[in-house]
Design a protein around this ligand. Structure first.
Ligand SMILES: [Zn+2]
Length: 215
């Protein structure tokens, strides 16, 4: 199996998480999520973790230098020598540039940036498809796990509602935030010639493309 150093970019609802899970069942790559690293550093009380935790307690945003420092430590670990997926990082062009330096420093090279390019309309449909039972909390999905009777819980006959987290307003806002931050990163990597775009593909199609192009 060829080792690959990859970045996965995709909006909420783009299927990025699903595909990374499917891929990791078939190939051995370190899965790197900055959220996981941050939680781990804070838990272990490392110098970077202590710094980050103090900033977060005071309501601030952890700086790019700290985040990239954590990513650097993670990339230097042994399991990354067989390749890695950076999942949802970098988020800004500044982070992307810092990451470039870190990789060069570590003697690593990026093989590809995978962009899960899904139209907003489809993302919004997915992000607003969850239904929750008002009575028992059971979760259904308008697209993938429909209740037997529309609007009624299969388990307790309670009323199914859309929670505020799953509302069109919240979903629209999440996408707005994502693109405001990340569009420039997408453009940055597109210009690098290393981007593989998965344009609104099913999971199976995405896997086929990735295997053909990379492994
Ligand atoms: Zn119920």
């Amino acid at each position: 199996m060829k080792k690959k150093n990859l970045i996965f970019v995709g909006a909420p609802g783009s299927g990025k998480g699903t595909i990374s899970g499917m891929l990791l069942k078939e190939v051995t790559l370190a899965h790197i999520s900055t959220g996981d690293i941050l939680r781990d550093e804070i838990k272990r009380g490392t110098p970077l973790g202590v710094q980050a935790s103090e900033i977060m307690k005071s309501g601030g945003l952890v700086s790019d230098d700290i985040v990239v420092g954590m990513v650097r430590e993670r990339l230097a670990k042994d399991d990354c020598k067989n390749g890695f997926i950076l999942d949802g990082f970098p988020r800004t062009v500044n982070q992307a540039e810092l990451l470039g330096k870190v990789l060069a420093d570590l003697g690593m090279e990026l093989d590809a940036v995978i962009f899960f390019n899904v139209p907003d309309q489809v993302l919004l449909e997915r992000l607003t498809s969850r239904l929750t039972c008002k009575a028992c909390g059971a979760v259904f999905n308008k697209l993938s796990m429909k209740p037997q009777v529309e609007g009624v819980c299969d388990k307790c006959q309670g009323e199914l509602i859309q929670r505020a987290d799953d509302s069109l307003e919240t979903a629209t806002n999440r996408l707005k935030v994502f693109y405001a931050q990340t569009q420039a990163v997408i453009d940055y990597y597109r210009a690098s010639g290393k981007m593989i775009e998965l344009n609104n593909l099913t999971s199976e199609q995405s896997m086929d493309v990735l295997k053909k192009e990379l492994f």
